[in-house]
Write a protein that binds this ligand. Structure first.
Ligand SMILES: Nc1ncnc2c1ncn2[C@@H]1O[C@H](COP(=O)(O)OP(=O)(O)O)[C@@H](O)[C@H]1O
Ligand SMILES: [Mg+2]
Length: 253
């Protein structure tokens, strides 16, 4: 099981959008996927996917249910652990309860290829519990300069804890590949100068007005408009992740 944390420095960069559609794309390509709503502030994966879970992580944190039993099956067979305000409660529950919880996450490995965490913005240090447990972290940033600065700040925080962590920049709402690559180079120039290592890049996602429709209809883009530019971009990122062709800019730097 590969665990991927999807995070950002600043809010509203498209983490949930990327997490949902990347989950669907990985599932479409044959992987068994669990999407875990680990957002401390605004757990909204269930809303975005129009799921009506009877039980959520709330019940797991309250020890009324096992994690495996609260997973809801969504489109393309993606299993979703819906959040509620559970995660915040969990983070204050103390290290022992936290350890038991993460043990339940490990148990998913028997029938899961990819576990994706949709987290809050990464400057909140409670987010780090998920980022630290992930094999890879995707830092979603938009071309907005403050978003890029905050992405760097988040990466710096992660690398201070774990200098060899696999971290990729995922530019979202870009005009095309060129802008995506430029954003990657910008962030990487800073990490190389100040942290002596680079960051990975698996592709970017173009800005797409259909995502507004997707939000309104509570239907993931990959279902609503599977051939739209942004859907194709997400599928390409999924293919690169699944192929495991990580360029490892970071470690070669
Ligand atoms: N590639 C994109 N093109 C256009 N709009 C997007 C794109 N990605 C996300 N959005 C929109 O941006 C807003 C924030 O996205 P969301 O995924 O909720 O961000 P986050 O989880 O980081 O807060 C939503 O209204 C979403 O529809
Ligand atoms: Mg979100």
């Amino acid at each position: 099981m590969r665990t991927i944390a999807i995070t950002s420095g600043k809010g509203g960069t498209g983490k949930t959008t990327v997490a949902i559609n990347l989950s669907l794309a990985l599932a479409e390509a044959g992987s068994r996927v669990v999407l875990f709503d680990a957002d401390l502030q605004l757990a909204n994966v269930d809303v975005a996917m129009n799921l009506k879970p009877e039980r959520s992580l709330q019940h797991v944190v309250a020890e009324e249910a096992r994690l495996r039993d609260v997973l809801v099956v969504g489109p393309k067979g993606v299993r979703v652990a819906c959040g509620g305000s559970a995660i915040r409660a969990l983070m204050t529950a103390g290290p022992k309860r936290l350890a038991l919880f993460f043990e339940q996450i490990e148990e998913l490995a028997s029938d899961t290829d990819f576990l994706l965490f949709d987290t809050s913005a990464g400057l909140d240090n409670r987010v780090q519990a998920f980022v630290q447990r992930a094999n890879e972290t995707l830092v979603v940033t938009t071309p907005d300069p403050t978003s890029v600065t905050d992405a760097y700040a988040a990466i710096k925080t992660f690398l201070r804890k774990e200098p060899m962590a696999a971290i990729a920049v995922l530019p979202n709402m870009v005009s095309g590949d060129k802008e995506g690559e430029t954003l990657h180079h910008t962030v990487q120039a800073i990490t190389k100068a100040f942290l002596s290592r680079g960051v990975d890049y698996h592709g970017c996602v173009r800005s797409d007005p259909r995502l507004a429709v997707s939000a309104r209809r509570r239907t993931p883009l990959l279902e609503l408009a599977p051939n739209s530019p942004a859907a194709q971009d997400v599928r390409r990122i999924a293919a690169r992740l699944a192929a495991g062709t990580l360029t490892r800019y970071g470690l070669a730097a």
